[in-house]
Design a protein around this ligand. Structure first.
Ligand code: FAD
Length: 478
């Protein structure tokens, strides 16, 4: 290629950054790249522009073309609209990082805190068509060549985090891993971490299931007992494995014979099962309690789900056998050499979760006032609405909420009165749980943080400022 110099260390550092496959390595190669190019990543307002100027060879340019296309969208007003806004994002899961990217594009200073220091979740997320389009627009394929090739519509959680982490860093987001947010007034662990000094006027909680800051109220959606099992097997990428068809979701009501045969032959009774071939062979299924008891997976029956699925009441070896048999049967015994992949703790990656009681925040935003200063708080991802994994709604609704939240911060940055900002956010939030791949707008390439581009019928004023005044504007006297 014309202007690629294989001996140029910044080119090879950039290549490493793009290709690297662990959170730590991404951070290390990024920091070396910045050092080598004499760039200060904290210079968030001009970091991306300077990076582009200094890395001007074909591979980098191909990436800039993609990111520029997004950044030039009118919603961001060339990164000026939130130039004075400072945002703290809690959680570097997919939704926290996706939000951070949008906030950076709006021109805000964005600091992310993540308590873990590695990305280790093998589990695979289903992607609605719009999320595939969205991630392609963020150059996902440049970071992960296999991204949604052919008919694939899924990605492992860790791979998605890696892509979004790389994009975040390139856009000037500060991502601190191994730092736990412990509460207001910048309480962090470690408590002397420099991020503790960051003064922010927007706080976004993307801390995952049930991590919700004070002031928010929950709704508990209690359904009938639903026990989910996830498991991952090593993908050896052999020809035989390639032949085995994925199961994008088979539910009992649509294929009674399959489930009856599974029960007769293996003693396993399921409501549904999904199988995705990704970096691992990933299965998620909903199992009936009676068969788990019968197969010795659950030792004793309890009406309380926590007690029922508590560690002491689960026979781990029996769970492995159960998951293995279900996976083996449902793929027609055609997956050869099925060995469990390992989780972050070095154990077979099999887990059982309770989906009986799902949480949903009653509101998506609030404002705290203290000594005349206002702090805007928003929730995104699983801590806003807990997803039912076998339906794979986590990322689809999570990203919609990330865009809606960015839209809210945009209004905040533009100086819209805070009651109106919150009322508008809540008006949009009312639509989230009803979204399906069918009822959102179909012009995916036109999707932006503007809700009107994504929801077919959105009324930004369905909730009025006076309806949020008492519940979502909190004065604190600390
Ligand atoms: P998460 O991905 O959970 O990210 C939240 C982040 O916040 C985490 O990285 C966490 O470490 C960090 N965090 C939490 N508290 C703090 C704190 N105090 N300070 C700093 N950082 C903090 N969905 C599926 O569809 N299928 C699956 O099989 C599946 N498996 C899952 C397995 C696990 C163990 C978990 C936790 C979730 C799983 N999910 C699954 C849900 C899916 O991962 C989420 O829907 C998706 O990742 C989007 O979530 P999120 O970004 O809102 O939260």
């Amino acid at each position: 290629m014309v202007n690629q110099d294989p001996t140029n260390p910044s080119h090879s550092l950039f290549d490493q950054f793009v290709q690297t496959q662990t959170c730590k390595e991404v951070q290390r190669t990024f920091s070396e790249l910045c050092h080598h190019l004499e760039l200060d990543p904290r210079d968030y307002q001009s970091f991306y522009t300077k990076l582009k100027e200094r890395l001007n060879y074909w591979k980098a340019k191909a990436l800039w073309i993609k990111l520029d296309k997004r950044a030039q969208h009118q919603d961001y007003q060339q990164g000026k609209v939130c130039a004075k806004t400072k945002c703290l994002v809690l959680g570097a899961g997919p939704c926290g990082l996706r939000t951070a990217i949008e906030l950076a594009l709006l021109g805000a200073q964005v600091v992310v805190l993540e308590k873990r220091d590695s990305f280790s979740r093998n589990n695979v997320l289903h992607l609605w068509p719009y999320t595939i389009c969205d991630l392609r627009g963020l150059a996902a394929k440049k970071f992960y060549g296999k991204f949604c090739t052919g008919a694939l519509d899924h990605i492992s959680i860790r791979q998605l985090q890696l892509i979004l982490l790389k994009v975040s860093l390139l856009l000037g987001v500060e991502v601190n891993t191994g730092v736990e947010f412990k509460g207001w007034m910048a309480k962090l662990f470690p408590d002397d971490h420099p991020a503790g000094k960051f003064q922010f006027d927007v706080f976004i909680s993307a801390g995952g299931g049930r991590f919700v800051p004070d002031g928010f109220r929950w709704k508990e959606l209690r359904g009938k007992l639903a026990i989910g099992i996830t498991c991952n097997f090593i993908n050896h990428h052999s020809a035989a494995e390639a032949q085995v068809a994925e199961i994008s979701g088979v539910a009992r009501i649509y294929n009674q014979k399959f489930f009856q045969d599974l029960l007769t032959e293996e003693g396993i009774d399921l409501e549904n099962i999904v199988y995705y071939k990704d970096a691992t062979h990933y299965f998620v299924m909903t199992a009936k309690k009676k068969s788990l008891l019968k197969m010795g997976v659950i030792k004793q029956d309890f009406s309380d789900a926590n007690q029922l699925l508590g560690q002491a009441n689960v026979d781990q070896d029996a769970l492995l056998r159960y998951a293995h048999s279900a996976a083996h049967f449902s793929t027609g015994h055609r997956l050869p050499n099925m060995q469990f992949a390992l989780n972050h703790a070095g154990q077979p990656d099999v887990a059982m979760f309770d989906f009986t009681c799902m949480h949903r925040a009653e509101n998506a935003s609030l404002v705290r006032e203290r000594k005349g200063k206002k702090l805007l708080i928003g929730l995104v991802g699983d801590c806003l609405v807990e997803p039912f994994w076998p339906l794979g709604t986590g990322i689809a609704r999570g990203f919609l909420a990330a865009f809606d939240t960015a839209w809210m911060v945009r209004s905040w940055g533009k100086g819209k009165p805070h009651l109106e900002v919150v009322a508008e956010r809540e008006s949009i939030y009312q639509l989230l749980s009803q979204t399906t791949p069918e009822n959102i707008s179909k012009n995916y390439s036109a999707f932006s943080i503007d809700p009107a581009t994504r929801y077919q019928h959105v009324n930004l004023n369905s909730i009025k400022a006076n309806q949020v005044r008492n519940t979502q504007i909190l004065s604190i006297t600390l």
